[in-house]
Design a binder for this molecule. Sequence first.
Ligand SMILES: *Cc1c(COP(=O)(O)O)cnc(C)c1O
Length: 368
Amino acid sequence: MKTYKLLTPGPLTTTDTVKKQMMFDHCTWDDDYKKITQEIRAGLLKLAHVSPDEYTAVLMQGSGTFGVESVLTSVIGTGDELLICANGAYGERMADIASHAGIKYHIYNEHYNKVPDARKVAELLDENPHISHVSMVHSETTSGILNDIEAVGKVVKERGRVFIVDAMSSFGGVDIPVKDWGIDFIISSANKCIQGVPGFSFVIARKDLLMESEGKARSLSLDLYDQWKTMEVDGKWRFTSPTHVVLAFAQAMKELEEEGGIPARNRRYTENNRLLIKKMGELGIHPYIDSTHQGPIITTFFYPEECHFTFSQMYEYIKERGYAIYPGKVTEAETFRIGNIGEIYPEDVEKVCELMKNFLEEYNHEEN
Ligand SMILES: *Cc1c(COP(=O)(O)O)cnc(C)c1O
């Protein structure tokens, strides 16, 4: 089978050394295996710049959404109200989760190309004293915009509310001082910027708030408190753990450290992203998000003017030559997306832009 590299926002291209870890069938109750889980949990707290006295890390089976659903349905009590700040599909998904679970919520919708405004959040909190929790996405993968969770966290904390952040596509690729930014629960998953493979999500949680949530969960398997309580004993997962994925993730964490930690990874992603936008600009292809708010993870591009090809024609052409790109997801414009996270380097960006150039030339040639 012909292989290709993924220029998608996760799952993403992993190293061979990460993939190789999955060749071993580990025993779930074995002490060595449980130790790996505990090391991962401790390592995640370090990446989040928080102390194990105040915060804890919980791993949860499933994809990223399972982690978000676990937090929202476990820590928000029946009398509580949630304010969701949404400027993309992942913010909107939180509203979907809340309505399925019967959680009372308010939504502050912002345009997909604008970041939620902290002043507006402050106003909403002042008007609605019943709002107890605020949630938002950091890197909105729908568009590639990087939201200002620091500014929003500040107003949420000043008003004594709980702050929940979906940092799925940014954690590990963008440095987040979790406590300093007023974040109480932050969620990400194995197959994004830490560069593991899909299979679990993780939550970094304020311990006191997690403990207060005992008995509040609306779901058995997504009960964050119960998952934590079991895992906290000695690293054993509550139900079958994704052993191969856990081994691959432990290796991915090592490789993140070897690269120079989050600052080094952020530099590589940022360099990839700047180069991508510059080279695409030379082809007349421009980003949907303006440069002040464009994040380093993924970019939404408008199609070049006067083009008549479909996404699948472009996708097939590029895939045949070694890269998979992503369709657009913003609702009001015709766009496509190119991610630059994972085992991706400037030479890959150069190559995909060259392919795009060739595609446009061949296509225009056929048209004439
Ligand atoms: C990837 C992602 C998720 C989770 O999606 P899954 O398909 O469940 O892994 C949630 N939020 C954001 C911002 C994401 O990028």
